[in-house]
Design a protein around this ligand. Structure first.
Ligand code: PLP
Length: 401
């Protein structure tokens, strides 16, 4: 026996399980559409040219490795808040925000939700879209935070269920927290349209619900960081005091460097200072202070105008490749004579596509065609390239006809 003999085996991570099965497959045609990381057209991890340039500049600066401040460097947090809320945002000018660096987007969600468990004095109930990213409910479970779902994805149209969402949200008890994916919803790739966001903002305001935005893909959806921040900025303009989790994993390709941020809009500078004092205590007792390297890259990119221009072009090139793969995939399936409607492949946005394939069809795709994806039919469009798109299209045609 050991000190740990009472520990039971936990369930494996679904996505990692898919990658392991993919690795074991020896068929040369195999394709992994499970991973949530961008790949270039050669199927390789992509280092953004702007990130390379930032790294070279940082190398020349010969910076030391002293600790960062508990909440991260102010130069970093100011720039990332500007990127999200807009350079001229009044909330930033009046310093009513509390922004800290976090361990990427997951760390921001964890810290934000943990802060809610300790310091939020209203209805501690988190409402999430159905479906949502698997880690959202998991983090709540870890924190013993009750969570419920509002309708989001419409299985019939493969699009956004505006009526269902509005109806469910209008019944959420006042003071509850609603989790919103700012853009490029994971896993569905379905985002509300601008007019729909305006309606959502209104009902959330009327019902006195507290919006918590998860923005893990700013720039990745449309190729424009400003466009993708529309929902967040609309809510702020409408007077919501939002919470925001940001990640630079996808839009800067800094996955493993863990650069992210958590912002609380607090109404005024005094309240922001109080929140900051408590957030710092929470960080100090969890990991003391955040990692430097990724945040330095982000700060360099956002503060040097030429680098920022390069980065905006890099983000657009990733978004454009994904959009082009969506078009080619749809054209391939339709071109093979498939009679179903595949418009949702090109209507959906960002890294993921909810294909509408059922569990049997997914199993066939893997067994007969060596294509790996999650059981819910979600594919990572980033895993598709000009080399495998026809193969994937043909296989999807075969399993659905
Ligand atoms: N939120 C959503 C919806 C995501 O899809 C992801 C990554 O897959 C994250 C947050 C956080 O990712 P990270 O912790 O790598 O920034």
């Amino acid at each position: 026996s050991t000190w740990w003999s009472s520990v039971s085996m936990g369930p494996p991570d679904v996505i990692l399980g898919i990658t392991e099965a993919y690795k074991r497959d020896t068929d040369p045609k195999k394709v992994n559409l499970g991973v949530g990381a961008y790949r270039d057209d050669e199927g390789k991890p992509f280092i953004l040219p702007s990130v390379r340039q930032a790294e070279e500049r940082l190398h020349c600066k010969m910076l030391n490795h002293e600790y960062a401040p508990i909440g991260g460097e102010a130069g970093y947090t100011d720039l990332v808040a500007q990127l999200a809320f807009g350079e001229d945002s009044p909330v930033l000018k009046e310093k009513s925000n509390c922004t800290v660096q976090t361990l990427s987007g997951t760390g921001a969600l964890r810290l934000g939700l943990e802060f809610i468990t300790k310091h939020y004095n209203q209805t501690k109930e988190i409402w999430m879209p159905s479906p949502t990213w698997g880690n959202h409910p998991q983090i709540c479970n870890t924190l013993n935070l009750p969570h419920k779902q509002y309708r989001y994805y419409d299985k019939k149209t493969h699009g956004f269920d505006l009526c269902g969402a509005m109806e469910d949200i209008s019944k959420i008890p006042a003071g509850s927290i609603i989790l919103l994916h700012a853009c490029a919803h994971n896993p569905t790739g379905v985002d509300p349209k601008k007019e729909e966001w305006i309606q959502l903002s209104q009902v959330i305001k009327d019902k006195k619900i507290f919006p918590f935005f998860d923005m893990a893909y700013q720039g990745f959806a449309t190729g424009s960081v400003d466009n993708d921040a529309f929902a967040v900025r609309q809510f702020v303009n409408d007077g919501h005091q939002v919470m925001l989790a940001q990640s630079f994993a996808k839009n800067m390709g800094l996955y493993g460097e863990r650069a992210g941020a958590l912002t609380f809009l607090c109404g005024d500078a005094e309240s922001a200072a109080k929140v900051m004092s408590q957030v710092k205590i929470m960080i100090r007792t969890m990991y003391s202070n955040p990692p430097l390297y990724g945040a330095r890259i982000v700060q360099e990119i956002l503060s040097v105008p030429e680098l920022k221009q390069q980065w905006l072009a890099d983000v657009k090139s990733m978004a454009d490749r994904i959009i082009s793969m969506r078009q080619q995939l749809r054209a391939g399936i339709e071109g093979a004579g498939n009679k179903q409607n595949w418009q949702h492949i090109t209507d959906q946005i960002g890294m993921f596509c909810y294909t509408g394939l059922n569990a049997d069809q997914v199993a066939k795709l893997t067994k007969d065609h060596h294509i790996y994806l999650t059981k819910d039919g979600r594919i990572s469009v980033a895993g598709i390239s000009s080399k495998n798109v026809n193969y994937v299209a043909e296989a999807m045609h075969k399993v659905t006809s």
